[in-house]
Write a protein that binds this ligand. Structure first.
Ligand SMILES: [Zn+2]
Length: 495
């Protein structure tokens, strides 16, 4: 056991996908525009005499995030000016929130890498601010350019308590946050595109000492879940080794060097910034009624944890399968459409099978086969050509034993490619399973004649020999024999 325990807190910035920017009606292109300075106006470029008007949708988005993360929504909240100078911040201050954030005191449970009991990560606050512009440094030039497309994009900042203890926990936390924000449809929270940016602060304390005794080191600009995990794990080991050697940990900001696979010092922190926060005089205090909050709660969709529990209870699926299906809200919705199509087919007598079995098959093929194609083609379920009705029909064929599990792969692949009808594909490719006893008996007769040794073995009590003979029947039928019926017929024959 190590003498040191890591204490890790996170700050996560997320760009909200509203139509317009935070304090003006410029289009919100999330700073991803191809041309610089196309979605700008006097407000978001900080012209004298302009006034900010808060975006109600952005406020609502942050409060929805707060409710989903079990936060208290403040009845009274306000915006403040955070003063600092930088060329991408033309006003000389950023409108942010200081002491009265929209949401506070939340908690999110994540899977615990060490035990079955979920781990709770406390959320200190979530507030709303505006994003800054971007500086562009042309290669070889002695000047820089500024692009204000991103200036004024609504930016949500979430701060956690230092409850995280490992890189893996941090990654699980970020992944779950992203999933929830996507369910809420407030942000795509795509890390590679800068829509979700993570900062970590990390220190180690010696067991038996005060938890906050270590010196905090910040790691900034982490642009993927993998990098969040790797940089934290690296930093824990680096600090441990330094402490073991009697070195002092310096308070500093570090970044991740992908090529070297290590964190590197970016700047030493001499003193904390003084941003001279003061209340934004151009925006009145925000007040929210109980009624407003209740209305907002009603607008929340079913969240991942609730959906997960319901899918396990209602459809009796394995937790591994559920995790894959609910990972994407749309995939979960697709699955439920398939289930209702199966139900409909049963209601009108088109399908006569055990519903539970059918639903399980639908989930299995979704997690194995369909997911395989989605990953291979880098697509999401909303782009897929297979209709839920056709998918349900295919699953019905398997449940009824009309096609084998190997044939399913072929049919599904064709359906994925063309969006075709499964019954047509099965017919075209001649994949219908042979359940016709007369035809099967002919094949069995042939197989028994050719494998008299196995027949002897089976009769003398070697059960394995039967499996071999079933295999030979499958081979002889080119995989189209219904294995269950073939087995029953063989057993009858060999009595
Ligand atoms: Zn604007």
């Amino acid at each position: 056991m190590s003498k040191y325990t890591p204490v890790i807190g996170m700050e996560i910035h997320v760009e909200l996908k509203t139509n317009s920017k935070m304090f003006c009606d410029s289009k919100n292109g999330l700073g991803l525009e191809e041309e610089p300075n196309v979605n700008i106006c006097p407000v978001c470029t900080g012209q004298p005499g302009t006034l900010p008007v808060p975006n109600q949708k952005a406020i609502e988005f942050v409060q929805k995030a707060g409710l989903a993360l079990n936060c208290q929504l403040r009845e009274v909240s306000k915006f403040d000016r955070k003063n600092y100078f930088y060329p991408d911040l033309p006003k000389g201050y950023q409108i942010s929130q200081y002491d009265q954030p929209l949401c506070q005191n939340g908690v999110l449970e994540i899977p615990n890498p060490k035990s079955k009991i979920q781990k709770k990560i406390s959320i200190t606050r979530i507030h709303l601010e505006e994003d800054t512009g971007k500086l562009v440094h042309p290669k070889g030039a002695s000047y820089s350019l500024v692009d204000f497309n991103r200036a004024g994009v609504p930016l949500m900042e979430l701060v956690t308590e230092p409850d995280i203890e490992s890189g893996k926990e941090a990654r699980l936390f970020c992944q779950k946050i992203q999933q929830i924000f996507r369910y809420l449809e407030i942000s795509e929270a795509d890390m590679e595109r800068g829509q979700m940016r993570c900062e970590v602060n990390i220190s180690l304390y010696k067991k038996g000492e005060d938890k906050l005794s270590g010196t905090k080191v910040e790691i900034k600009n982490l642009n993927s879940f993998r990098v969040v995990e790797k940089s934290i794990d690296y930093e824990i080991e680096r600090q441990k080794a330094a402490l073991e050697n009697g070195e002092k940990i310096i308070q500093e900001t570090r970044g991740w060097d992908e090529n070297r696979g290590e964190t590197v010092s970016q700047r030493k922190k001499e003193s904390a910034h003084d941003y001279r926060y003061f209340p934004e005089p151009d925006i009145p205090t925000l007040r929210f009624t109980q009624e407003y909050v209740e209305d907002l709660m009603k607008k929340l969709p079913e969240l991942p944890d609730a959906k997960r529990k319901r899918f396990i209870d209602e459809y009796n699926l394995s937790s591994e399968n559920v995790d894959v299906i609910i990972s994407d809200k749309n995939l979960a919705a697709y699955f439920e459409q398939v289930v209702s199509e199966v139900q409909e087919k049963m209601n009108c007598g088109e399908l006569n099978v055990d519903k539970k079995k059918c639903v399980k098959l639908a989930a299995n093929y979704m997690v194995s086969e369909l997911q395989k194609h989605l990953i291979e083609h880098k697509e999401t379920i909303d782009k897929v050509k297979i209709t839920p009705e056709n998918y349900a029909e295919l699953v019905g064929f398997v449940a009824e034993g009309k096609i084998s599990s190997t044939a399913v792969q072929t049919v599904l692949e064709e359906m994925y490619r063309t969006g075709g009808d499964p019954s047509q594909i099965i017919e075209e490719k001649n994949l219908l399973q042979v359940s016709d006893e007369k035809h099967l008996e002919e094949i069995i007769g042939k197989v028994l004649g050719e494998h008299s040794k196995s027949v002897e073995d089976y009769k003398s009590g070697k059960e394995n020999a039967l499996q071999f003979l079933v295999g030979q029947v499958m081979k002889e039928s080119k995989g189209k024999a219904n294995p269950q019926i073939a087995r029953e017929l063989l057993e009858k024959k060999l009595k």
